[in-house]
Design a protein. Structure first.
Length: 129
């Protein structure tokens, strides 16, 4: 299997042993690593959930773009929340970043996330042509 590493300075730099995204084999499938609400310039995170959600979508958008795609190419989105009471807010904000057909999605409640984040998202993107 051939793997192409995707990297952009417009999303937070990897803070562990992973790549921002990997494009595999035929080049049409891209796996985007989990993004938390880190600002890629300051590597700091806002305290409130709404700002973190917005930043996560901005980070995913930057990695998707660096991969040759956009949020519209995301086929599967996984959302991890430390408080599922914030799920309605995720839906509201997600509606401003995606159009139909929406990606398949899972929302998972977790005890904790890296760096005290309140939300994390990862995705599988399928590029067109």
């Amino acid at each position: 299997m051939n793997k192409q590493i995707i990297h952009t300075v417009d999303a937070p730099q990897a803070i562990g042993t992973y790549s921002q995204a990997i494009r595999v084999s035929g080049g049409d499938t891209v796996y985007l690593s989990g993004q938390i609400g880190l600002n890629p310039v300051t590597m700091q995170m806002a305290d409130d959930i709404e700002a973190q959600i917005q930043q996560v979508f901005s980070n995913l958008k930057a990695v998707a773009k660096a991969s040759g795609g956009s949020l519209d190419d995301i086929a599967k989105l996984n959302i991890f929340l430390t408080d599922l009471d914030n799920f309605a807010l995720v839906n509201e904000i997600m509606a401003t970043h995606f159009t139909q057909p929406y990606p398949a999605r899972a929302a998972i409640g977790v005890k904790a996330l890296p760096r005290g984040a309140l939300v994390e998202m990862d995705a599988v993107m399928v590029l067109q042509g």
